[in-house]
Design a protein around this ligand. Structure first.
Ligand SMILES: Cc1cc2nc3c(=O)[nH]c(=O)nc-3n(C[C@H](O)[C@H](O)[C@H](O)COP(=O)(O)O)c2cc1C
Length: 135
């Protein structure tokens, strides 16, 4: 049985802003997620992280433990954790950003962890843009 877990957290220190720090996170995540057959998408916005991970229960639980213990993340909150019929993501670690318009419309100044489960799902689906779209 496959599950999708979505969590939000604070990106502490240089986590959300430094290219080197992001590259390190992506490198480790891609290696581990490929090993664990986890597909994932992550959004970094205004010092916060929103990540969805899809995979088998045990692999997701082990990932969650590692994330909870990671000093680069603060105040991690699970927004949604549910069984799914099939994966939505193909990437092991897809990095996305929010367009200004979507951030303003959906978040309206609220932090990412106040999103409802369906809003979090929607943000990670189509309304986010690949990070390479950053001007
Ligand atoms: C924002 C953020 C997202 C992360 N996402 C993942 C992930 O999807 N998969 C993963 O294995 N580690 C992820 N990590 C790293 C873990 O917290 C942890 O450092 C790592 O899994 C340890 O792997 P190792 O035991 O192979 O060194 C993430 C870290 C941060 C800060």
């Amino acid at each position: 049985m496959l599950y999708r877990v979505i969590y939000a957290a604070e990106a502490l220190g240089a986590t959300g802003t430094s290219v080197l720090s992001l590259a390190q996170i992506l490198g480790v995540s891609e290696r581990n997620n490929a090993r664990d057959e986890i597909t994932s998408r992550m959004l970094i916005h205004a010092g916060q992280v929103l990540q969805a991970a899809e995979g088998q229960r045990g692999d997701l639980d082990r990932l969650q433990k590692r994330l909870m213990a990671d000093p680069r993340l603060g105040d991690l909150r699970i927004l949604s954790d549910r069984p799914i019929i099939s994966r939505s993501f193909t990437e092991t670690m897809g990095l996305r950003r929010l367009s200004r318009g979507v951030a303003d419309a959906v978040l309206a100044g609220r932090p990412l962890w106040e999103l409802s489960p369906s809003q979090a799902e929607a943000l990670l689906d189509d309304s986010s843009q690949p990070l390479s779209a950053v001007a």
